[in-house]
Design a protein around this ligand. Structure first.
Ligand code: TRP
Length: 369
């Protein structure tokens, strides 16, 4: 087996990461489908761990892009990565509740379960079985040097590192490849995992071609949003577990409280300068994204208003922006049975696709009986 270093298999990203906000309105931050102009020729897979409510960082980072891709007619699979929850903790706490709430966030944000297949990967046995042949295609050394895994080990709340922690990127390759997705909208931190999926696909295809020489798996590409990253209200990475983020489903009062506590600086003149004033700039950016204006225009309008006016502007913009989504969320939340049904329907569709892929895999391996 060739032991290509993970870094040699870097995915050419379909949409690069912009370090600054594009000129014009913020709605230019849309990933468009690469290669050609036929959206229906693509299949997208993305997903999240059901560990807590989605927040504004998720929305502007990936969720709204998923909705746009769906609306362009791209076929969409969204995995609720329930097995992935137990990579960095022993117990999947309140899993059923987090899973339902994740579906709630998806539907409220505009994912349509008729068009998008939303499913928990634990409910798709054939997807999970792909892990076995896939694990044979990567070396232990490669698993060890995955930077995202290393980072998670550093932040893990477990005393010992489990085998799942090292192998979950290969399981994630199964999430992507079971449905032969060719596009994966993800954040920067997921790029090493996408490299694993590309490596697994390439090596599988080399080792087990179809009789006519054709490949079983496509090589998936990352779709990176060019929306710049929002910081948490403490100036760190926005995170479900750090209490520094506005959840999409938070109340207006909770939203006001979180933004009131945000870190700012002593300069009364509000500007947009992400390098030198990251906390203030992230707040300005958040208001700009909600208002669909440039951060410069928002900063200019606040002028010498200082942190108080900035925070009031951000709170009002966020609450106004999220109001329709929150109303949809509240209506959907009343029917938990519907949320479970969305997952069951999604799992049924995902199982049909996974069964076909596994049959193909066993066929090319000579394992079919
Ligand atoms: N690892 C992703 C996260 O922590 C979730 C995820 C699981 C995922 N499987 C995936 C993302 C497949 C993209 C593709 O958010």
């Amino acid at each position: 087996m060739t032991t290509t270093p993970a870094s040699a298999a870097v995915a050419p990203t379909a949409v690069g990461v912009a370090t600054s906000v594009p000129s014009g309105t913020t709605s230019t931050a849309v990933p468009s489908v690469p290669y050609d102009d036929d959206p229906t020729a693509h299949r997208v897979l993305t997903g999240d761990r059901p560990t807590g409510p989605l927040h504004l960082g998720h929305y502007f980072g990936t969720l709204r892009n998923r909705v746009r891709l769906q609306d362009q007619g791209v076929e969409m699979f969204v995995v609720v990565a329930d097995y992935q929850v137990i990579t960095d903790r022993d117990l999947a706490d309140r899993l059923a509740e987090h899973t339902e709430n994740l579906v709630l966030d998806y539907l409220a944000a505009g994912l349509d379960p008729e068009r998008a297949t939303i499913f928990p990967h634990s409910a798709v046995p054939a997807l999970n079985q792909l892990l076995l042949p896939f694990l044979s295609l990567v070396s232990v050394a490669e698993l060890r040097r995955n930077p995202t895994v290393k980072d998670e080990i550093t932040h893990s709340r477990q005393s010992a590192v489990s085998g799942l922690m090292f192998t979950y990127p290969v399981h994630q390759a199964a999430d992507i490849l079971f449905c032969k997705a060719d596009l994966v909208p993800v954040g920067q931190d997921q790029l090493p995992h996408l490299e694993v999926a590309r490596t697994v696909a390439r090596r599988f295809n080399e080792r087990y071609p179809h009789a006519d020489g054709s490949a079983v798996f496509p090589r998936p590409q990352a779709l990176l949003s060019d929306a710049p990253m929002l910081l948490g209200t403490d100036g760190g990475k926005m995170s479900k577990s750090r209490g520094n983020a506005v959840a999409l489903g938070a109340t207006e009062d909770e939203t006001a409280r979180i933004i009131r506590g945000a870190r700012t600086d002593a300069d009364r003149r509000i500007g947009y300068d992400p390098v030198n004033r990251p906390e203030v700039s992230s707040l300005v950016l958040l208001a700009a994204l909600c208002q669909d204006r440039t951060p410069e225009a928002v900063a200019e309008e606040i002028g010498d208003g200082g942190a108080a006016v900035l925070k009031r502007t951000v709170t009002e913009s966020v609450n106004e922006f999220l109001r329709p989504m929150r109303a949809r969320r509240a209506a959907l939340a009343a029917d938990r049975g519907h949320l479970r049904q969305v997952l069951r329907d999604g799992a049924e569709r995902a199982n049909a696709v996974a069964d076909a892929t596994l049959a193909e895999v066993r066929e090319v391996m000579g394992a079919a009986i």
